[in-house]
Design a protein around this ligand. Structure first.
Ligand SMILES: [Zn+2]
Length: 266
């Protein structure tokens, strides 16, 4: 996945122009440094919750037609969501970050253990057991294992189904906790959104920048429930197709112009 970032100086001159945008490789610590073609230095810290970022990356892969990569990304996103949820409940119960990380380390290498932790923490938080069948968790697991361990090549329809199930599950469960304890949720997710805030405070050259995400939550959590995975997918795919068509057309016109010599007849 490439991330398109805007050079701040070029943006002052050109406004919202694609000429001010540069593709950068995605990095784990979210710190992006690049020099634009005009030599301006840029340093951005991308703010985003890990599971949302992974979901966005998988969604991008799906739109571009990379189904295998999309399945891997959706799976990682779901596991990071289990971690997010577990941390949320543990912090609320008074566990500190050091103890949480120590506990999580013991389940972090096995997805089944992470899912087990989530099931019980969900039951404690919601005072009800999690309904696996509602989100087809067992079907999802069988499909994921076929892709990851047996080299099965997923089709577009299968990948969209898989992404939709994970999207629906994360959407419903995250809105549940956000609506139940609004203030605490936003304090907690704010910390997850910008874990480098303290480090960056000493460096005024680092510019914090937000990341749009299909799973992102505003101050009105119920707005997320209105989002539909398939609609978003169709819309973004159509938009990408439009951009590609336009670029092809521009290339075509350029080629015609270059090959058309002015008439020399007097
Ligand atoms: Zn620049």
């Amino acid at each position: 996945m490439k991330l398109w970032l805007t050079c701040m100086e070029c943006h002052k001159e050109l406004g919202n122009s694609p000429l001010a945008c540069y593709p950068t490789d995605v990095v784990e610590d979210s710190l992006y440094e690049f020099t634009c073609l005009k030599g301006h230095q840029n340093k951005f810290r991308l703010q985003g919750i890990k599971y949302q970022f992974l979901f966005e990356s998988a969604f991008g892969a799906l739109i571009e037609g990379y189904y295998l990569e999309a399945v891997l990304g959706f799976t990682s996103s779901l596991e990071r969501f289990y971690e997010f949820y577990s941390k949320f409940v543990c912090y609320k119960a008074g566990l500190n970050n050091y103890e949480f990380m120590k506990a999580w380390k013991q389940v972090s290498n096995q997805s089944e253990r992470q899912f087990g932790a989530f099931l019980f923490l969900y039951a404690i938080e919601q005072k009800a057991s999690f309904e696996e069948s509602k989100f087809k968790i067992q079907d999802q697991k069988a499909f994921r294992n076929k892709v990851i361990h047996k080299g099965y090549l997923p089709s577009e329809a299968e990948t969209v189904d898989y992404g939709q199930n994970i999207f629906d599950m994360i959407k419903v469960v995250s809105v549940e906790i956000a609506q139940k304890d609004h203030e605490y949720y936003h304090r907690f997710s704010g910390g997850e959104l910008a874990p480098h805030l303290e480090v960056d405070r000493d460096d005024p050259t680092v510019i914090p920048t937000g990341m749009g995400s299909i799973l992102g939550m505003t101050y009105e959590p119920s707005r997320l429930l209105e989002k539909d995975f398939r609609n978003e997918y169709e819309e973004r795919k159509a938009k990408l197709l439009e951009i590609k068509k336009k670029a092809l057309l521009e290339e075509h016109i350029k080629a015609i112009r270059n090959n058309t010599k002015p008439s020399t007849q007097a």
